[in-house]
Design a protein around this ligand. Structure first.
Ligand SMILES: Nc1ncnc2c1ncn2[C@@H]1O[C@H](COP(=O)(O)OP(=O)(O)OP(=O)(O)O)[C@@H](O)[C@H]1O
Length: 330
Protein backbone atom coordinates (compact mmCIF):
# COMPACT_ATOMS: atom_id res chain seq x y z
CA UNK A 1 0.00 0.00 0.00
CA UNK A 2 2.74 2.46 0.95
CA UNK A 3 4.16 2.40 -2.55
CA UNK A 4 1.19 4.61 -3.51
CA UNK A 5 1.60 7.26 -0.82
CA UNK A 6 2.23 10.83 -1.93
CA UNK A 7 2.14 13.58 0.69
CA UNK A 8 0.86 16.30 -1.67
CA UNK A 9 -2.19 14.26 -2.50
CA UNK A 10 -5.10 14.17 -0.08
CA UNK A 11 -6.98 11.44 -1.93
CA UNK A 12 -5.52 8.82 -4.23
CA UNK A 13 -7.55 6.16 -6.01
CA UNK A 14 -5.66 3.35 -7.74
CA UNK A 15 -6.95 0.89 -10.27
CA UNK A 16 -10.43 0.93 -8.75
CA UNK A 17 -12.91 -1.59 -10.15
CA UNK A 18 -16.54 -1.52 -9.06
CA UNK A 19 -19.26 -3.96 -10.08
CA UNK A 20 -22.82 -4.95 -9.31
CA UNK A 21 -24.21 -8.37 -8.60
CA UNK A 22 -25.94 -10.41 -5.95
CA UNK A 23 -23.06 -12.90 -5.74
CA UNK A 24 -19.39 -11.93 -5.78
CA UNK A 25 -18.64 -14.52 -8.49
CA UNK A 26 -21.36 -13.10 -10.75
CA UNK A 27 -20.62 -9.38 -10.85
CA UNK A 28 -21.08 -7.02 -13.78
CA UNK A 29 -18.11 -4.61 -13.78
CA UNK A 30 -19.15 -0.93 -14.12
CA UNK A 31 -16.00 1.04 -13.22
CA UNK A 32 -12.89 -0.39 -14.85
CA UNK A 33 -9.54 0.30 -13.20
CA UNK A 34 -9.94 3.97 -12.37
CA UNK A 35 -7.03 6.16 -11.20
CA UNK A 36 -7.66 9.56 -9.66
CA UNK A 37 -5.98 11.90 -7.19
CA UNK A 38 -6.87 15.19 -5.51
CA UNK A 39 -4.17 17.53 -4.23
CA UNK A 40 -4.65 19.40 -0.99
CA UNK A 41 -6.72 22.57 -1.37
CA UNK A 42 -7.66 21.91 -5.00
CA UNK A 43 -10.99 21.38 -6.71
CA UNK A 44 -11.16 18.33 -8.97
CA UNK A 45 -14.09 18.03 -11.36
CA UNK A 46 -15.41 14.61 -12.34
CA UNK A 47 -17.47 15.05 -15.49
CA UNK A 48 -19.29 12.65 -17.79
CA UNK A 49 -22.73 11.63 -18.96
CA UNK A 50 -25.33 9.90 -16.84
CA UNK A 51 -24.37 6.32 -16.01
CA UNK A 52 -20.62 6.77 -16.58
CA UNK A 53 -19.83 5.82 -12.96
CA UNK A 54 -19.24 9.19 -11.28
CA UNK A 55 -21.48 8.61 -8.26
CA UNK A 56 -20.21 5.09 -7.70
CA UNK A 57 -16.65 6.43 -7.69
CA UNK A 58 -17.58 9.05 -5.06
CA UNK A 59 -19.50 6.58 -2.95
CA UNK A 60 -16.62 4.11 -2.97
CA UNK A 61 -14.45 6.77 -1.27
CA UNK A 62 -16.94 6.79 1.62
CA UNK A 63 -17.49 3.02 1.32
CA UNK A 64 -21.15 3.76 0.78
CA UNK A 65 -21.92 1.76 -2.37
CA UNK A 66 -25.60 0.90 -2.92
CA UNK A 67 -26.78 -2.66 -2.14
CA UNK A 68 -25.26 -5.12 -4.58
CA UNK A 69 -22.32 -2.79 -5.35
CA UNK A 70 -18.82 -4.15 -4.70
CA UNK A 71 -15.30 -2.80 -4.92
CA UNK A 72 -13.69 -5.63 -6.91
CA UNK A 73 -10.12 -4.41 -6.59
CA UNK A 74 -8.02 -1.29 -6.15
CA UNK A 75 -6.89 1.07 -3.41
CA UNK A 76 -8.36 4.23 -1.92
CA UNK A 77 -5.79 6.16 0.12
CA UNK A 78 -6.94 9.17 2.12
CA UNK A 79 -4.25 11.27 3.80
CA UNK A 80 -2.03 8.19 3.94
CA UNK A 81 -4.76 5.88 5.28
CA UNK A 82 -6.10 2.84 3.48
CA UNK A 83 -9.86 3.49 3.36
CA UNK A 84 -10.83 0.08 1.99
CA UNK A 85 -8.98 -1.58 4.90
CA UNK A 86 -10.54 0.53 7.67
CA UNK A 87 -12.39 -1.19 10.52
CA UNK A 88 -16.02 -0.25 11.19
CA UNK A 89 -15.10 2.23 13.94
CA UNK A 90 -12.27 3.78 11.89
CA UNK A 91 -14.70 4.15 9.00
CA UNK A 92 -17.32 5.90 11.14
CA UNK A 93 -14.71 8.35 12.45
CA UNK A 94 -13.39 8.91 8.90
CA UNK A 95 -16.86 9.62 7.52
CA UNK A 96 -17.89 11.97 10.27
CA UNK A 97 -14.69 14.01 10.63
CA UNK A 98 -12.55 13.78 7.47
CA UNK A 99 -14.97 13.84 4.54
CA UNK A 100 -18.25 15.68 3.97
CA UNK A 101 -20.63 14.78 1.17
CA UNK A 102 -23.54 16.59 -0.45
CA UNK A 103 -25.85 15.18 -3.11
CA UNK A 104 -28.09 16.42 -5.90
CA UNK A 105 -31.22 15.95 -3.83
CA UNK A 106 -30.81 17.31 -0.30
CA UNK A 107 -34.31 16.08 0.56
CA UNK A 108 -33.10 12.48 0.37
CA UNK A 109 -30.55 13.14 3.12
CA UNK A 110 -32.76 15.23 5.42
CA UNK A 111 -35.40 13.63 7.60
CA UNK A 112 -38.71 15.36 6.65
CA UNK A 113 -40.24 14.73 10.08
CA UNK A 114 -37.53 16.42 12.15
CA UNK A 115 -36.60 20.07 12.53
CA UNK A 116 -33.38 21.29 10.88
CA UNK A 117 -31.93 22.16 14.29
CA UNK A 118 -32.37 18.73 15.83
CA UNK A 119 -30.84 17.05 12.74
CA UNK A 120 -27.85 19.40 12.70
CA UNK A 121 -27.29 19.15 16.45
CA UNK A 122 -27.42 15.36 16.39
CA UNK A 123 -24.93 15.20 13.46
CA UNK A 124 -22.56 17.62 15.20
CA UNK A 125 -22.74 15.87 18.55
CA UNK A 126 -21.98 12.50 16.93
CA UNK A 127 -19.09 13.84 14.86
CA UNK A 128 -17.47 16.15 17.41
CA UNK A 129 -18.69 14.87 20.80
CA UNK A 130 -20.06 18.34 21.62
CA UNK A 131 -22.48 19.22 24.41
CA UNK A 132 -25.99 20.08 23.23
CA UNK A 133 -25.36 23.80 23.91
CA UNK A 134 -22.05 23.85 21.99
CA UNK A 135 -23.58 21.89 19.11
CA UNK A 136 -26.36 24.47 18.91
CA UNK A 137 -23.86 27.34 18.80
CA UNK A 138 -21.84 25.54 16.12
CA UNK A 139 -25.04 24.90 14.09
CA UNK A 140 -25.84 28.63 14.18
CA UNK A 141 -22.36 29.60 13.06
CA UNK A 142 -22.40 26.98 10.28
CA UNK A 143 -25.71 28.33 8.95
CA UNK A 144 -24.19 31.82 8.93
CA UNK A 145 -21.15 30.45 7.09
CA UNK A 146 -23.43 29.24 4.28
CA UNK A 147 -25.18 32.63 4.11
CA UNK A 148 -28.47 31.62 5.74
CA UNK A 149 -30.11 34.67 7.27
CA UNK A 150 -31.90 34.50 10.62
CA UNK A 151 -30.32 31.12 11.43
CA UNK A 152 -32.08 30.60 14.77
CA UNK A 153 -35.47 30.73 13.03
CA UNK A 154 -34.24 28.25 10.37
CA UNK A 155 -33.16 25.78 13.06
CA UNK A 156 -36.80 25.54 14.16
CA UNK A 157 -38.07 24.78 10.63
CA UNK A 158 -38.78 21.47 8.90
CA UNK A 159 -37.05 20.65 5.57
CA UNK A 160 -40.24 21.18 3.53
CA UNK A 161 -40.47 24.77 4.80
CA UNK A 162 -37.20 25.63 3.02
CA UNK A 163 -36.53 26.19 -0.70
CA UNK A 164 -34.32 23.72 -2.63
CA UNK A 165 -31.39 26.14 -2.47
CA UNK A 166 -31.83 26.59 1.30
CA UNK A 167 -31.94 22.84 1.83
CA UNK A 168 -28.70 22.45 -0.13
CA UNK A 169 -27.11 25.16 2.07
CA UNK A 170 -28.25 23.26 5.17
CA UNK A 171 -26.71 20.04 3.78
CA UNK A 172 -23.50 21.92 3.07
CA UNK A 173 -23.51 23.30 6.62
CA UNK A 174 -23.92 19.76 8.02
CA UNK A 175 -21.18 18.42 5.71
CA UNK A 176 -18.81 21.18 6.87
CA UNK A 177 -19.63 20.58 10.53
CA UNK A 178 -16.37 18.85 11.42
CA UNK A 179 -14.24 21.00 9.10
CA UNK A 180 -13.48 18.05 6.78
CA UNK A 181 -10.40 18.22 4.59
CA UNK A 182 -12.36 16.78 1.64
CA UNK A 183 -15.83 17.72 0.46
CA UNK A 184 -17.49 15.47 -2.12
CA UNK A 185 -20.23 17.34 -3.98
CA UNK A 186 -22.19 15.00 -6.29
CA UNK A 187 -24.21 17.11 -8.76
CA UNK A 188 -24.96 19.63 -5.97
CA UNK A 189 -26.64 22.20 -8.22
CA UNK A 190 -28.31 20.08 -10.91
CA UNK A 191 -31.78 20.45 -9.39
CA UNK A 192 -31.48 24.21 -8.78
CA UNK A 193 -32.32 27.27 -10.88
CA UNK A 194 -29.38 29.12 -12.41
CA UNK A 195 -29.24 31.96 -9.85
CA UNK A 196 -29.28 29.56 -6.91
CA UNK A 197 -26.78 27.32 -8.70
CA UNK A 198 -24.36 30.25 -9.01
CA UNK A 199 -24.76 31.05 -5.30
CA UNK A 200 -24.06 27.46 -4.20
CA UNK A 201 -21.04 27.21 -6.50
CA UNK A 202 -19.66 30.46 -5.14
CA UNK A 203 -20.14 29.12 -1.59
CA UNK A 204 -18.18 25.99 -2.48
CA UNK A 205 -15.36 28.09 -3.88
CA UNK A 206 -15.34 30.16 -0.69
CA UNK A 207 -15.08 26.99 1.43
CA UNK A 208 -11.96 26.02 -0.50
CA UNK A 209 -10.46 29.53 -0.46
CA UNK A 210 -11.11 30.17 3.26
CA UNK A 211 -10.47 26.73 4.75
CA UNK A 212 -8.25 25.03 2.16
CA UNK A 213 -10.81 22.22 1.80
CA UNK A 214 -10.22 19.97 -1.20
CA UNK A 215 -13.35 19.40 -3.26
CA UNK A 216 -14.38 16.56 -5.56
CA UNK A 217 -17.11 18.13 -7.68
CA UNK A 218 -19.24 15.84 -9.84
CA UNK A 219 -21.20 17.24 -12.75
CA UNK A 220 -22.43 16.29 -16.19
CA UNK A 221 -22.05 19.96 -17.20
CA UNK A 222 -18.63 20.94 -18.50
CA UNK A 223 -19.58 24.61 -18.10
CA UNK A 224 -19.86 24.18 -14.31
CA UNK A 225 -16.62 22.21 -14.19
CA UNK A 226 -14.72 24.78 -16.29
CA UNK A 227 -15.92 27.59 -14.04
CA UNK A 228 -15.13 25.88 -10.74
CA UNK A 229 -12.27 23.43 -10.98
CA UNK A 230 -8.48 23.41 -10.98
CA UNK A 231 -8.26 19.92 -12.43
CA UNK A 232 -10.67 17.69 -14.31
CA UNK A 233 -11.17 13.98 -14.96
CA UNK A 234 -13.54 13.06 -17.79
CA UNK A 235 -15.42 9.75 -17.45
CA UNK A 236 -17.08 7.67 -20.11
CA UNK A 237 -18.44 4.14 -19.74
CA UNK A 238 -16.68 3.50 -16.42
CA UNK A 239 -13.26 4.75 -17.60
CA UNK A 240 -11.42 8.01 -17.11
CA UNK A 241 -10.82 8.96 -20.73
CA UNK A 242 -8.93 12.23 -20.12
CA UNK A 243 -7.54 14.17 -17.17
CA UNK A 244 -5.42 17.21 -16.42
CA UNK A 245 -5.44 20.85 -15.35
CA UNK A 246 -8.69 22.47 -16.45
CA UNK A 247 -7.06 25.09 -18.74
CA UNK A 248 -5.17 22.33 -20.56
CA UNK A 249 -8.16 20.04 -21.00
CA UNK A 250 -10.67 22.79 -21.77
CA UNK A 251 -8.46 24.59 -24.29
CA UNK A 252 -6.77 21.53 -25.78
CA UNK A 253 -9.10 18.53 -25.31
CA UNK A 254 -7.51 15.42 -26.79
CA UNK A 255 -10.10 12.70 -26.33
CA UNK A 256 -12.97 12.83 -28.87
CA UNK A 257 -15.51 12.38 -26.05
CA UNK A 258 -14.11 15.41 -24.19
CA UNK A 259 -14.10 17.39 -27.43
CA UNK A 260 -17.76 16.52 -28.04
CA UNK A 261 -18.68 17.29 -24.43
CA UNK A 262 -17.08 20.73 -24.58
CA UNK A 263 -18.60 21.50 -27.98
CA UNK A 264 -22.05 20.76 -26.58
CA UNK A 265 -21.84 23.16 -23.59
CA UNK A 266 -25.07 25.16 -23.96
CA UNK A 267 -23.64 28.67 -23.67
CA UNK A 268 -26.11 30.31 -26.01
CA UNK A 269 -28.43 27.88 -27.69
CA UNK A 270 -31.53 29.38 -29.33
CA UNK A 271 -32.82 26.58 -31.58
CA UNK A 272 -35.80 28.58 -32.88
CA UNK A 273 -33.37 31.09 -34.38
CA UNK A 274 -31.37 28.33 -35.98
CA UNK A 275 -28.37 28.33 -33.66
CA UNK A 276 -27.81 25.48 -31.36
CA UNK A 277 -24.73 23.75 -29.94
CA UNK A 278 -23.93 20.33 -31.37
CA UNK A 279 -25.04 17.28 -29.42
CA UNK A 280 -23.06 14.05 -29.10
CA UNK A 281 -24.30 11.65 -31.81
CA UNK A 282 -25.63 8.17 -31.03
CA UNK A 283 -27.39 6.77 -27.99
CA UNK A 284 -25.83 6.80 -24.51
CA UNK A 285 -24.10 3.59 -23.52
CA UNK A 286 -26.96 2.33 -21.36
CA UNK A 287 -26.29 -0.78 -19.34
CA UNK A 288 -24.54 -2.92 -21.98
CA UNK A 289 -21.60 -4.76 -20.36
CA UNK A 290 -18.15 -3.58 -21.42
CA UNK A 291 -16.27 -6.00 -23.66
CA UNK A 292 -13.08 -4.42 -25.03
CA UNK A 293 -11.56 -1.38 -26.73
CA UNK A 294 -12.76 2.21 -26.48
CA UNK A 295 -16.37 2.38 -25.20
CA UNK A 296 -16.88 5.67 -27.09
CA UNK A 297 -15.88 4.19 -30.48
CA UNK A 298 -19.44 3.62 -31.74
CA UNK A 299 -20.28 7.33 -31.28
CA UNK A 300 -16.89 8.77 -32.22
CA UNK A 301 -16.45 10.89 -35.37
CA UNK A 302 -12.82 9.72 -35.63
CA UNK A 303 -13.41 6.04 -34.96
CA UNK A 304 -11.34 3.45 -36.85
CA UNK A 305 -10.84 -0.33 -36.69
CA UNK A 306 -7.98 -0.07 -34.13
CA UNK A 307 -10.38 1.53 -31.60
CA UNK A 308 -11.79 -1.91 -30.89
CA UNK A 309 -8.47 -2.93 -29.35
CA UNK A 310 -7.21 0.18 -27.50
CA UNK A 311 -6.30 -0.57 -23.89
CA UNK A 312 -7.86 2.57 -22.34
CA UNK A 313 -4.58 3.40 -20.63
CA UNK A 314 -4.11 7.11 -19.98
CA UNK A 315 -1.23 8.37 -22.14
CA UNK A 316 0.65 11.66 -21.56
CA UNK A 317 -0.39 14.34 -24.09
CA UNK A 318 0.72 17.59 -22.36
CA UNK A 319 1.83 19.01 -18.98
CA UNK A 320 0.08 16.73 -16.42
CA UNK A 321 -2.44 16.07 -19.19
CA UNK A 322 -3.39 12.51 -20.17
CA UNK A 323 -5.82 10.97 -22.65
CA UNK A 324 -6.87 7.39 -23.37
CA UNK A 325 -7.20 8.06 -27.11
CA UNK A 326 -3.93 7.02 -28.82
CA UNK A 327 -5.05 8.84 -31.97
CA UNK A 328 -5.25 12.27 -30.31
CA UNK A 329 -8.81 12.99 -31.38
CA UNK A 330 -7.92 13.33 -35.07
N1 LIG B 1 -28.06 0.43 -7.26
C1 LIG B 1 -27.62 -0.02 -8.44
N2 LIG B 1 -27.89 -1.28 -8.87
C2 LIG B 1 -27.42 -1.75 -10.04
N3 LIG B 1 -26.65 -1.03 -10.88
C3 LIG B 1 -26.36 0.24 -10.52
C4 LIG B 1 -26.81 0.82 -9.29
N4 LIG B 1 -26.34 2.08 -9.19
C5 LIG B 1 -25.63 2.29 -10.32
N5 LIG B 1 -25.64 1.18 -11.11
C6 LIG B 1 -24.97 1.01 -12.41
O1 LIG B 1 -23.81 1.79 -12.43
C7 LIG B 1 -23.82 2.71 -13.51
C8 LIG B 1 -23.14 3.97 -13.08
O2 LIG B 1 -23.93 4.60 -12.07
P1 LIG B 1 -23.53 6.01 -11.43
O3 LIG B 1 -24.66 6.39 -10.51
O4 LIG B 1 -22.17 5.97 -10.87
O5 LIG B 1 -23.54 6.95 -12.72
P2 LIG B 1 -23.32 8.53 -12.80
O6 LIG B 1 -22.23 8.76 -13.76
O7 LIG B 1 -23.15 9.10 -11.44
O8 LIG B 1 -24.68 9.00 -13.45
P3 LIG B 1 -25.83 9.91 -12.85
O9 LIG B 1 -25.39 11.31 -13.09
O10 LIG B 1 -27.03 9.54 -13.65
O11 LIG B 1 -25.95 9.55 -11.40
C9 LIG B 1 -25.30 2.86 -13.87
O12 LIG B 1 -25.49 3.15 -15.23
C10 LIG B 1 -25.85 1.47 -13.55
O13 LIG B 1 -25.60 0.61 -14.64
Amino acid sequence: MNEHMNENQLLQIYNLRIGFGTKLNDVNPIVHGLNLSISRGRILGLVGESGSGKSLTCRSVMRLLPDGGHVLSGDVIFDGHDVLGMSKSELLAFRSTQVGMIFQDPFSSLNPTRRIGSQMIEALRTALSLSKKDAQLRALSLLEQVDISNPSAKLRMYPNELSGGMRQRVMLAIALGARPSLLIADEPTTALDTTTQAQILSLLRRVRDDDGTSILLVSHDFGVIAEMCDDVAVMYGGFIVESGPIEEVYLRPRHPYTQALIASVPTLAIPERGYRRPTIPGPPLGTLPYTSGCPFASRCTFSRAECEDVSMTLLPVGPSHTSACPFGGE
